[in-house]
Design a protein around this ligand. Sequence first.
Ligand SMILES: [Zn+2]
Length: 287
Amino acid sequence: MFDTKSRRNFMKILGASSAALAVDSCISGNESIDQDKVLLSELTRKEVRDWFGSGDLKAAIIPTGSTEQHNEHMALSMDTEASMVISQLTALKLFPKVIVTPPVSFGICPFFMKRRGTITIREEIFSGLVYDICCSMKTHGINAILIVNGHGGNSRALRKNTAQFSEELGIPVEAYSYWSSIPRDRRLEFTETGSVPGHADELETSFAMAAFPEKLRQVSYNEDEIYSWEPDQKDLDRVGYFDARWFSKEFDKSSFEESKLATAEKGERVISHAVDWMAEKLTTMMG
Ligand SMILES: [Zn+2]
């Protein structure tokens, strides 16, 4: 079902072409292109100090994702990995103006708590965590923050709070999910089904095939086995579980079927498009 050969070449090419443009002002002075140089967590204190002090750095990206079930065939990290890929490539495209913080890898997903492995956090915890990361970056002199979201369940909280974050910090703070780059009337240009973003179906599976095929498995769909276990109702109540048609058994099964339409090429198109779109948003924010 999946082409398991590594698609990382695509990522290298996409990252390298943008980073190559910035080689003159490479922070390390080393001309070899290191894609991790835009990741805050991979830098030393001195490297951070030099870059922040150089005057080149204008903005930070905070990737937000989730740790949640992604049907039978995808790793639980899908949304976090996707937000990281878009964030990192956007920062490389705008190098040396943008740094990427570590991702928020837990999101709001009470609706998936009947599937083992999903971890959900409360909206106020999620929003508080994102706010505290924004505060830290502002303290270090960052004057524009873009939140690149990869999990649908986080969208509402981000929409609700970013204007307030921006007001409190006195800097532009904006949040977008990567699939917002695909307007409703262009969905069929990127997917056969028009399901954007969907959940573990054509779009997300294509994304993974392009960027991290090692997180996909070739498996069959066995309904009896999938639904052979249910958590205790009291525990479900505690984590705020609710039933939604969108997350029904029928939806789960059709998502799995639709994932078979995925191709690495579709994923590459989605990624390139989203990176260009995010880079444009950030460029406007940086003024
Ligand atoms: Zn997802």
